[in-house]
Design a protein around this ligand. Structure first.
Ligand SMILES: Nc1nc2c(c(=O)[nH]1)N[C@H]1C(S)=C(S)[C@@H](COP(=O)(O)O)O[C@H]1N2
Ligand SMILES: [Mo]
Length: 423
């Protein structure tokens, strides 16, 4: 859910001065940021050089860098047998920048990863069309393509904090089901024109080629027809099997579940198919006992990733950093409170700020060593403001499970320990 406040729309988000973007770093903080660095005038303190390792066919991370996704089961069940995992989450606490490395993009696969030979794979497009067609992967690769940086977010992202706050959760546990990659593929609009879709067709069924039989009904709004695409590329290479090799649907701004992986069929019709995935699953039980269906858009969200859950900070200079995203459009601004949501300051955004993609925000802070709570709040260019937890729960109740986008609070105690709390 979101709050609406009227804000101006422009290429530079309203109310953000150029100084609000990185590049306009204020000189005042330079001295504070460098206080940890030692005084030096020669190379004496800089380690010597030596011969390097041989060149390989591809590069690996440094042996000094330990960075992994974590496989998890249902909410709250951590440290499980990987064979029981339903998700594998992105380690946002260890990442920088706006793009998620391909191997660390979160994964949600309902029945494991199928082993698909691209030479055998086919995509059938049929239903309310003049020319039903079946495409190979090579057919798609010969068509005009687009490349777009977008986030994909599981509707379950954040569900750990609906009811209670486990103080031992990291940001990987609470927000590890959203990632941002560049995807390359064929616009849905191009395929719609090839098969000559009937004007009367207002819905599309997208079906995956995995054992779970994930299939979803997608309303053919102008926005979806113009923005959805069938991707075969991910961060410049073929999709990884975990993310839908050899092709998947990409639905910028909408529920992760609609981004059907291992895509094998698109069927056009004039009503939703009411599949298991939009009736028994991915509906929201509201406070009055009624269920909400087809809540498809991912709302305005943000989270501080550094410092975040289970980290330890020292009094003095702290660079706060995090990620913000919105399924409605571009992030216009992010504000940070370091006094438990009493006062707010505007953070800097790392360019470029792209629609329906995650953007990194940063802010300087000098921690006085007193216990406090830090929290971020994002606003997008459509005027949607990320709600605080109380308003979110008041509107959504506690029966629901999906689309949690309340502000994330991290408490800091007198020892500098950072913990997950519900504000
Ligand atoms: N065929 C198929 N498509 C699927 C899924 C699946 O299990 N099978 N999982 C869905 C869900 S619930 C999410 S959140 C996204 C996850 O995409 P990712 O694993 O590339 O992050 O894919 C969606 N597409
Ligand atoms: Mo999902």
């Amino acid at each position: 859910m979101t709050f609406k406040t009227p804000i101006e729309m422009s290429s530079r988000p309203a109310n953000v001065s150029r100084r609000g973007f990185v590049g306009g770093l204020s000189a005042g903080i330079l001295g504070v940021a460098a206080t940890e660095a030692a005084n030096a005038e020669s190379l004496a303190d800089v380690p010597d050089r030596g011969p390097g390792a041989e060149l390989g066919a591809h590069s690996e991370r440094s042996r000094f860098v330990k960075i992994d996704r974590i496989p998890e089961a249902t909410p709250g069940k951590r440290n499980i047998d990987p064979g029981d995992a339903i998700n594998s989450k992105t380690p946002h606490q260890k990442l920088v920048g706006n793009i998620t490395p391909t191997d660390l993009h979160y994964e949600r696969s309902h029945s494991g990863v199928p082993d698909i030979d691209p030479a055998q794979h086919r995509l059938l497009i049929h239903g309310m069309v003049q020319k039903p067609l079946v495409f190979s992967v090579d057919d798609l690769k010969r068509m005009p393509s687009i490349s777009r940086v977008v986030f994909i977010e599981c509707t379950g992202n954040g569900w750990e904090n609906w009811k209670k706050a486990d103080p031992e959760l990291t940001v990987q546990n609470t927000h590890g089901l959203v990632s941002t990659n560049e995807w390359t593929g064929v616009p849905l609009k191009f395929l719609i024109d090839l098969v000559a879709k009937d004007k009367g067709s207002t819905w599309m069924l997208a079906e995956g080629g995995d054992g779970a039989g994930v299939d979803r009904s997608i309303p053919l709004t102008d926005e979806i027809v113009n923005e959805a695409f069938i991707a075969y590329g991910q961060n410049g290479e073929p999709l990884r099997p975990a993310h839908g090799f050899p092709m998947r649907l990409v639905m910028p701004g909408f529920e992760g579940n609609l981004n059907i992986k291992w895509l094998r069929r698109l069927k056009f019709g004039n009503a939703p198919w009411m599949t298991r995935w939009e009736t028994a699953r991915y509906t929201q039980l509201l406070a009055d006992g009624k269920a909400r269906q087809f809540q498809l858009r991912m709302d305005t969200n943000s989270v501080i990733t550094q410092p975040s859950g289970m980290m330890q900070i020292q009094p003095g200079y702290v660079r706060i950093s995090g990620l913000a995203w919105s399924g409605h459009g571009k992030i216009a601004r992010v504000e940070i409170s370091t006094d438990g949501a009493k006062t707010w300051q505007q953070a800097q955004l790392s360019l470029p700020v792209l629609p329906k993609a995650q953007v990194r925000f940063q802010m300087d802070w000098v921690w006085d060593g007193k216990p406090t709570t830090i929290v971020s709040r994002s606003t997008d260019d459509q005027g949607n403001v990320q709600p605080d937890r109380k308003s979110f729960i008041a509107a959504m109740g506690t029966n629901a499970l999906f689309h949690y986008n309340a502000q994330q609070s991290w408490s800091i105690d007198e020892a500098g320990r950072v913990r997950n709390v519900l504000a």
